[in-house]
Ligand binder design. Structure first.
Ligand code: NAP
Length: 290
């Protein structure tokens, strides 16, 4: 069932890292009626901008807008909450009132990272930082709204564009003889291309509810940022040495979960295998924007 691709669709946060990937997706979907909306036409701190957009009668809203600066959220908790939680609640209510399906993204940071086995969709949440708390409240408001929705948690997102770990490490590896990268945080990297593909496959099957969507690989242990950086630097500049270090050596304002591998079994059972992260990375590295 691919009728959803034709729209009308409202793509919110269309110029963000994930939003740009969705724009590419629709540019190769002939005849798709998609309104790509960006700040300040839509402003998650102004409810009326949301209702105006939804009065344009989309059948599906894909929400890629969010407050995503994890460290800054520690000093701007109210703003992060307005954008990641209150506005999501408003958006969900407006969608329910208009029978619109809402696709929304959340994060591995809703879990506290104290686990040692992949987090299943229904495992208890307990965010370790403000960003995670606001994203969790957004999830809860969405679920409580009664709106027809697909809620997708992802992690360690990157693309050939925008500010992300892959571009940062690739650039640093080109300019430095060695890099130190934390080796005590585990997770799953996710290419935006994979995330859009997984979302589309879930929508094709008309699935609703909560799913985890990341690249796969590494079994229950996923990989560390050090493993990930090593693979990036090997491509960008093989003579750059990547050295492991600990989180404690690089204190940051927001606590990071030590273990945040998301359990993908529900998603794989629904749509089939997911791409290994090394394969997804190999497709993105040659396409990195300077
Ligand atoms: N990046 C990750 O590693 C990661 C990991 C897990 C989950 N996620 C989730 O994945 C989704 C997509 O993330 P992303 O990395 O693509 O984010 P992003 O690149 O930061 O894009 C977020 C978008 O939201 C917009 N925005 C910010 N404040 C807004 C406001 N008040 N009103 C309207 N729009 C506003 C931004 O516009 P401006 O650029 O103009 O500010 C930007 O277009 C988010 O839900 C995020 O929480 C991301």
């Amino acid at each position: 069932m691919t009728a959803w691709r034709e729209g009308p669709i409202a793509l919110l946060g269309a110029d963000g890292m994930l939003g740009r990937q969705w724009q590419l997706f629709f540019s190769s979907t002939p005849g798709a009626r998609v309104a790509s909306l960006t700040y300040p036409t839509i402003d998650f701190e102004r409810d009326e901008s949301l209702s105006r957009v939804l009065d344009g009668a989309p059948r599906l809203v894909i929400n890629c807008a969010a407050y995503t600066n994890v460290d800054q959220a520690e000093s701007e908790p109210d703003k992060a909450d307005r954008i990641n939680a209150a506005a999501v609640g408003t958006l969900a209510r407006l969608c329910r009132e208009r029978d619109i399906t809402l696709v929304h993204y959340s994060t591995d940071y809703v879990f506290d990272g104290q686990g040692t086995a992949p987090y299943a969709v229904d495992d208890p949440t307990n965010p370790a930082n403000i960003y995670g708390r606001t994203k969790l409240r957004g999830e809860q408001l969405l679920q409580a709204s009664g709106c027809d929705h697909l809620l997708i948690r992802t992690s360690w997102l990157y693309a050939p564009w925008a500010k992300n770990f892959v571009r940062t490490i690739a650039a640093a590896a080109k300019g430095k003889p060695e890099l130190r990268v934390v080796n005590d945080q585990r997770g799953h990297p996710t290419s935006t291309a994979s995330l859009v593909d997984i979302t589309a496959r879930l929508l094709d099957r008309n699935l609703r509810g909560t799913f985890h969507a990341t690249d796969d690989g590494g079994g229950d242990q996923g990989c560390t940022w050090f493993d990930f950086a090593t693979a990036i630097a090997a491509y960008a500049n093989p003579s750059c040495r990547v050295l492991p270090c600990s989180t404690a050596e690089f204190p940051r304002p927001a606590a990071r979960p030590a273990y945040s591998v998301l359990d993908l079994r529900k998603t794989i059972a629904a749509i089939g295998p997911l791409k290994p992260w090394r394969e997804a990375l190999a497709e993105v590295l040659p396409r990195l924007e300077p």
